[in-house]
Design a protein around this ligand. Structure first.
Ligand code: PEP
Ligand code: MG
Length: 755
């Protein structure tokens, strides 16, 4: 038996439902009418809607055919009974003898024992289950493919009703529907700060409101035209130029999907059921999402994102809406939510209206994270699935220091975070008061604090923090943000501006540190099994001397008439420093031949990031003017734990004997040879770690601007001599403890050192 003989067929049903959606009645009356229409049209004796609540129970919200008293009374757990099974698997279930199914669970209050056949579909949105829609018949019948599809289409209408919050008004008192429930999510801490505001999706979803088609042939044409246009667009991007780098792979995947027969067939079949092209894209995508989300294979899950992006492109193509939210229409208190995003895109938004940033796919070391930190935008990264868990305009709170995200928070949670934000602001004011206080320990030891920077916007932090110098200027950021290799003049202009804004102090420019995770989209890349151990930083600079020489020339010209400091990253052998130095000398000779003004003094230094240098310290310190420890990389190589892989990056504590012994050795040898040793990795910016570093002999630390206040406050409260004795004692112990953190923390707390 099929619906072909049903009164009016699916088209008429969808039209009726559209009328019901527009009627000015309350949510319960609307749902009641919907189930009546469905049952009548599909010649079913029963039609019921179950909605998933925040406590993960499915509540019967409306029924035609079951006992009315059961509405808002009958509930079941997700996974329990046939309805629960559909919610859990997010897949339709069609049975001609439901009671014989092992998952069947009998509910006497509904009176459903007389029904044998059963068809249920999940109500999905963004791949998440919001509820279940069911029809039942007493005869043993087999539902047709067409009926399943019609029911899935109706489920989309219901998804919109649920997600909009309309049904929240009729849920059983005290309960909450899942789609609007508060959610607490954990990600990685990317940029400090607490932000309260409302969700702005960087790539807003197209909300498909027109689900029922007026003219199916026209919809098939629209679908065909849009797919053609999208394909042409992708082909053009691929043909445009050969330097797409990483993007090429993504686009190739897009092209593969866009030509995928199965995908195209499913889209056309969906349109043939009487829905619009947009609704078809959403429905097919919902199914794909539900299927792929359960995949554990990371490769397949990655494909889900590609497929999502493609469906999104197609929806935008169909509706003519812009793919990216127009940055100029940003509301106040915006918290931007993005799957991933390029650093340039972030810079386009109005900073004054941005209260925070949440990223699904990008972590601490992504380029956008670096820019967010520079701009002081509280940011949380690696938040799984966030883009499908929020709706545009939802209230949201983020804590960038703890890596926490609260979606649709309850009032008490919101109050707690407001308090946190207030405390933070108060603390910032206290740091502000320390701005002009020199960083001297209680026993009179002066510590030189400087800041890390990489963008011109960073320079403003010199004023705010009161430090005079930039201890690490990451020159690669300009390269990472630019659409193509910055030319000599552009490099020169940036370096000049940076030097102009630091008249009192010095700037240590680090030459290009690209490769590894720092990829230039326009530079040809090579597939590397282990990019962190691959062709990067000075290795590229020495192999492509043209690149390095251009940069050195720009630096030397920018430093005309003043002191210039240049530092080389990832030096492994002292001979690499010698080779780099030769390039500097050649550039100096070239510039003076052409009558350029030169810096009054050029100091050359090396970053200690590769363990091999620890056994060349004598010859290294003899050659260089200064060294700076890049503890981010040095620790990752010492412990063989990828700094960007969350599974291992927190496995070992930097405050352990082996790391502190290695770092201590560098400080001692530096002091003995009279060569300046500083440290510019992230650990220098954490008060407890900074205390330990001072204890093992560090006198200069360079850190992100936000860390200056907290580290200075700790320095002012500590006694360096006492700390040195404690740390020396702890690292000399032979008990094999994996961490000294507990003892150091206990000491600091006992002495009132603020952490
Ligand atoms: C480091 O490795 O510690 C460092 C400061 O360099 P980057 O974080 O840029 O690799
Ligand atoms: Mg490094």
């Amino acid at each position: 038996m099929t619906t072909r003989g049903a009164p009016g067929g699916p088209r008429l049903l969808l039209r009726r439902l559209r009328e019901v959606m527009a009627e000015p009645v309350n949510a319960q009356a609307r749902l009641d009418r919907i189930v009546v229409h469905i049952a009548a049209n599909m010649v079913a004796e029963v039609c019921s809607v179950y909605v998933l609540r925040a406590d993960l129970r499915l509540e019967l919200f409306a029924t035609e055919g079951l006992k009315r008293e059961a509405v808002h009374q009958t509930t079941m757990r997700s996974g329990e009974g046939l309805v629960g099974l559909i919610a859990k698997t997010a897949e339709p279930l069609s049975l001609n003898d439901a009671q014989a199914h092992p998952a069947f669970s009998y509910r006497p209050e509904t009176g459903e024992e007389i029904y044998n056949s059963f068809l249920g579909v999940p109500i999905l949105r963004g791949g998440n289950t919001l509820g279940v829609l069911v029809v039942q018949n007493s005869v043993k019948r087999t539902y047709s493919e067409e009926e399943i599809e019609v029911l899935e289409t109706i489920a989309m209408l219901l998804a919109e009703m649920i997600a909009s919050g309309e049904l929240q008004t009729i849920v059983r008192p005290g309960a909450e529907i899942a789609a609007r429930r508060p959610i607490a999510l954990k990600g990685s801490a990317v940029a400090d700060g607490v932000g309260l505001g409302h969700v702005v999706l960087h790539q807003p979803r197209v909300i498909v409101t027109q689900i029922v088609a007026e003219d199916t042939n026209r919809e098939l044409e629209r679908l065909g035209e849009s797919i053609e246009a999208m394909r042409a667009n992708i082909d053009q991007l691929l043909d445009d130029d050969g330097s797409l780098g990483d993007h090429r792979e993504v686009l190739e995947t897009f092209r593969m999907f866009a030509n995928d027969r199965g995908w195209l067939r499913r889209l056309r079949e969906a349109v043939s059921t009487g829905i619009t092209a947009e609704a078809a894209v959403e429905r097919v995508q919902n199914d794909a999402r539900a299927r792929l989300q359960r995949q554990t294979d990371p490769y397949l899950r990655e494909r889900l994102h590609d497929l999502d992006d493609l469906a999104n492109r197609l929806l935008h193509q169909l509706t003519g809406q812009a793919l990216i939210a127009p940055p100029e229409t940003l509301p106040d208190n915006a918290i931007l939510v993005a799957r991933s995003m390029g650093p340039a895109a972030l810079l386009e938004y109005d900073r004054r209206r941005l209260r925070g940033l949440v990223l699904e796919d990008a972590g601490n070391s992504s380029h956008v994270a670096i820019v967010a930190r520079s701009l002081g935008i509280p940011t949380v990264g690696d938040v799984a699935n966030i883009t499908s868990l929020v709706e545009q305009g939802d209230s949201i709170i983020i804590d960038g220091s703890a890596g926490e995200v609260q979606v649709r928070p309850q009032p008490d949670v919101e109050a707690a975070y407001r308090e946190k934000a207030r405390l933070r602001a108060r603390r910032q004011e206290q740091y502000q008061e320390l701005r002009d206080v020199p960083a001297i320990t209680r026993d009179g030891l002066k510590i030189n604090l400087s800041m890390n920077a990489g963008l011109l916007v960073d320079v403003q932090h010199l004023q705010e923090t009161g430090v005079a110098s930039i201890g690490l200027f990451r020159t690669e950021l300009q390269f990472m943000l630019a659409p193509q290799f910055p030319r000599l003049e552009q490099q020169y202009a940036l370096y000049r501006q940076v030097l102009d804004s630091t008249p009192q102090g010095s700037v240590t420019f680090r030459t290009l540190d690209i490769g590894g995770d720092k990829i230039l989209p326009y530079m040809q890349t090579f597939e590397e099994e282990n990019p962190a151990l691959g062709w990067r930083a000075i290795r590229i600079g020495l192999d492509r001397p043209g690149l390095l020489r251009t940069q050195l020339r720009a630096l030397l010209r920018a430093g005309a008439g003043r002191r210039l400091r240049i530092m080389f990253p990832m030096i492994t052998m002292v001979s690499e420093f010698d080779a780099a130095k030769v390039l500097v000398e050649r550039e100096i000779a070239h510039l003076s031949r052409h009558n350029y003004d030169l810096p009054t003094d050029v100091k050359l230094g090396v970053m200690i990031e590769v363990p091999a240098l620890l056994w060349q310290l004598d010859e290294l310190l003899e050659r260089v003017d200064f060294v700076s420890v890049g503890s981010n990389d040095l620790v990752q190589y010492l412990t063989a734990a990828d700094r960007d892989n969350r599974r291992v990056s927190e496995r070992f504590d930097v405050l352990c004997a082996p790391v502190l012994r290695a770092l201590g050795m560098i400080a001692q040898k530096g002091a003995a040879s009279g060569t300046s040793v500083t440290l510019c990795g992230e650990i220098g910016g954490r008060p407890l770690e900074a205390m330990a570093l001072i204890g093992i002999g560090y006198r200069g630390l360079s850190m992100s601007p936000a860390s200056i206040g907290p580290v200075k406050a700790a320095i002012l409260a500590m006694d360096a001599g006492e700390v040195a004795a404690l740390v020396q004692d702890l690292i000399a112990q032979k008990d094999g403890a994996p961490s000294l953190r507990g003892q150091l923390r206990a000491y600091a707390e006992g002495k009132g050192v603020p952490l």
